[in-house]
Design a protein around this ligand. Structure first.
Ligand SMILES: *Cc1c(COP(=O)(O)O)cnc(C)c1O
Length: 423
């Protein structure tokens, strides 16, 4: 037993579990997975090497691994309604690396959402491979509405003629119009790739437009709203519609280009225990209860947004359509970093975040980002969200008052105990 043989690690796991149970986890990219997902992840499948794809392996002994990976592929295709799925990417960033490299060459131009406006590092940030291997052209949100201005995005696309347009978000609280992005991409004969890491659970739950009909490639992590293990998948159409224009020397279709980019280009052996857990999570997401879950995530985000606004917080775009909320703290005279720390001290976990056109720096920006996937998994509803907004307000307002903070910590604990999860 780990408890006896390695008490240092055992102890840390135990304490982390206690932290997850006794705190309000509001980081929008996190979730609490089912015990079945944990069981698959902790299984002996981790022992096996299986480079290649089901039926075409470079190692012997893959009879049962093939069953697992094929189930994961079939379920992903059924769940998202996509033509092709590769379930091997180890996480979201390596998935985006492989997906971009499948169609782009070194130095090729692609358009992605600017980091400070809610994009991901892998959408072209200078510090990331995506900004160093390729030539990123950023687009942002409108200064006035803080939302996408599709006419403006179209103008940039017509001027820059990128080979690929990447739609997707990590900190944009509104619905993305994938159809509008695809029309822009079509007009300039660019690939359209969507990265739905944050919103995959909302997409399969039917509360966000699906990008599948409008994209050549769709990547997603499996551990955010989708509530599976830490990992990712890449979905795509089978055909490369710009084969003659960009890849005339290639024998491969788009599905094969994706598979090749994942292995042998960027990865070795797949993580079979994780892929089994992905299959378990996909099956869970196909159940009718998951639709209720996705709907409740959004209802909860709206309720939390209303509660925060009633306490005088300014929300970027004035609200939310999805699972996340971006708070601009400038009118509260507190920085994102200070707010994150104050909330941490009472057991409320959020992350500091840039707001669009932020005058401050990334390590101490003007905002915090929060979301409702975990609290919704724990069974909380609108009434609790209203109360969580109040707790956040008290924690930030009384951040230099030790006894007031202690009272908030006590109230957080009490709420958490009403919604146990891993018992
Ligand atoms: C989280 C996220 C990723 C990266 O996932 P990792 O698993 O952390 O590498 C990529 N794209 C988007 C939009 C994300 O939100």
């Amino acid at each position: 037993m780990l408890a006896d043989d390695d008490s240092e690690i055992y102890e840390a796991i135990l304490l982390e579990r206690k932290r997850q149970e006794e705190g309000l986890e509001l980081i929008p990219s996190e979730n609490y997975v089912s015990k079945n997902v944990l069981e698959a992840m902790g299984s002996i499948l981790t022992n096996k090497y299986s480079e290649g794809l089901p039926g075409k392996r470079y190692y012997g002994g893959n009879k049962y691994i093939d069953v697992v990976e094929q189930l994961a592929i079939d379920r992903a295709k059924q769940l998202f309604g996509c033509e092709h799925a590769n379930v091997q990417p180890l996480s979201g960033s390596p998935a985006n690396l492989a997906a971009l490299y499948a169609v782009l060459g070194i130095g090729d131009k692609f358009m992605g959402l600017e980091l400070a406006h809610g994009g991901h590092l892998t959408h072209g940030a200078a510090v990331n491979f995506s900004g160093q291997m390729f030539k990123p052209v950023p687009y942002g949100v409108s200064q006035e509405t803080e939302m996408f201005d599709y006419d403006e995005i179209r103008k940039i696309a017509l001027r820059e003629k990128p080979k690929l347009i990447l739609s997707g978000l990590t900190a944009y609280p509104r619905e993305i119009d994938f159809k509008a992005f695809s029309e822009i991409a079509d007009e300039i004969e660019a690939y359209h790739m969507a990265d739905i890491a944050h919103i995959a659970g909302l997409v399969v739950g039917g509360v966000h437009q699906s990008p599948i009909p409008y994209c050549d490639i769709v990547t997603t992590t499996t551990h955010k709203t989708l509530r599976g293990p830490r990992g990712a998948i890449i979905m795509s159409k089978t055909e490369d519609r710009y084969h003659d224009k960009y890849h005339q020397n290639s024998q491969k279709n788009l599905a094969q280009m994706i598979d090749f980019a994942v292995f042998p280009c960027f990865q070795g052996g797949p993580h079979n225990h994780t892929n089994a857990a992905k299959a378990v999570a996909f099956n869970e997401a196909m159940q009718p209860e998951f639709k209720d879950y996705a709907e409740q995530i959004v209802k909860n985000a709206r309720a939390l947004a209303d509660s925060l606004m009633s306490h005088g917080f300014r929300l970027v775009t004035g609200g939310t359509d999805n699972h996340l909320i971006l708070v601009d703290l400038r009118n509260k005279d507190v920085s994102g970093k200070e707010a994150e720390t104050a909330l941490d001290e009472v057991g409320i976990t959020v992350n500091k975040n840039m707001v669009p056109f932020d005058p401050r720096k990334p390590w101490d920006p003007s905002g915090i980002r929060l979301g409702t996937p975990v609290l919704t998994t724990r069974g909380m509803k609108e009434d609790e969200m209203n109360y969580v907004g109040e707790l956040i307000n008290r924690a930030i307002k009384h951040r230099s008052d030790a006894s007031a903070k202690e009272k908030v910590r006590h109230d957080v604990l009490e709420l958490c105990r009403q919604f146990p999860f891993y018992d």
